[in-house]
Write a protein that binds this ligand. Structure first.
Ligand code: PAF
Length: 280
């Protein structure tokens, strides 16, 4: 496995593989790899011969009071895990190489970036779209794989790929959960022992709503109320949103007539957690 840090070297490497007709897959990450990331590598391997994993904590997608400075960095174990899972190249650029001094260009995906998480994280999705566009340019993948836990991010990337004509197939990986239902996330390490015992109630709420939907409930308000009742059992949880939106466009829905995503964001102690379930 090769580690590349320079954007120019990454582009040269990818172009060479393109010339040799190798099918390239990109798995973009910010490191602190867990089983969720590993499942994305497995999906990438099903669709390509050459797997590039990017590992970069992107400052542009963090707000002023967010956890950029404290985001978990576990490079040694990340590199070992990537190798074990058959990654061919880790792309680990420096911030000043990816964002040259006085950089001016960003990518915004209107509408999608202003709903759900975008309301409390105003520049987050523009930061995501910008870095992902850069990674696409430098790694020249045929396929890129993203996790469904960041559902809004997935919808946003698909829209960007369509709008900017990136010749890239976007694949997604299902949420990987711990045995108690909590979605795996690099940020789970921020939870105290007590908070960690409370956190699975998000999935319990989502599952209860899914069950209710399977029994025939199609009213978004009643389904969201079910989730809220589960979360309200824990006074330490501050609910940011519980919403049901169209699974493809993230537009609001008044009744569930086609697939919709039930998405939740909460703050537990100092940790912001998101989760979702697609109601089909
Ligand atoms: O999902 C993530 O880890 C990040 O948002 C991504 C896609 C790697 C962009 O920094």
């Amino acid at each position: 496995m090769e580690i590349i840090t320079s954007p120019q070297a990454m582009l040269r490497h990818a172009s060479q593989h393109r010339e040799n007709k190798t099918r390239i897959a990109l798995v973009p990450t910010m490191g602190a790899l867990h089983e969720g990331h590993c499942s994305l590598i497995t999906i990438a391997k099903e669709h390509a011969d050459h797997i590039i994993l990017s590992l970069f904590v992107n400052p542009l997608q963090f707000g002023a009071n967010e956890d950029f400075e404290t985001y978990p960095q576990t490079h040694t174990t990340d590199i070992a895990q990537a190798k074990t899972h058959g990654v061919d190249v880790i792309f680990m650029p420096n911030t000043h190489d990816l964002y040259p001094e006085n950089h001016q260009t960003t990518v915004t995906v209107n509408t999608i970036e202003n709903v759900l998480c975008g309301k409390s994280r105003p520049n987050h999705f523009s930061g995501v779209a910008t870095i992902v566009a850069k990674l696409f340019q430098l790694t020249r993948p045929h396929v890129a794989v993203f996790g469904e836990k960041d559902y809004q991010q997935l919808v946003l990337i698909k829209r960007m790929v369509l709008d900017l004509h990136f010749p890239i197939e976007i694949k997604s990986g299902a949420i990987i959960r711990h045995d108690d239902g909590l979605a795996q996330s690099s940020r789970n390490t921020y939870l105290s022992t007590q908070e960690r015992t409370i956190a699975p109630c998000i999935y319990q709420g989502l599952s209860a709503a899914q069950h209710q939907h399977q029994q025939g409930e199609t009213d978004p308000h009643r389904l969201c109320t079910t989730v809220q009742q589960h979360l309200d059992k824990h006074p330490s949880i501050a609910i940011e949103y519980i919403e049901i939106r169209d699974a493809e466009t993230l537009e609001t829905v008044t009744a569930l007539t086609k697939p919709a995503v039930l998405a939740v964001a909460i703050v537990l102690g100092k940790t912001r957690l998101i989760d979702n379930i697609v109601l089909k």
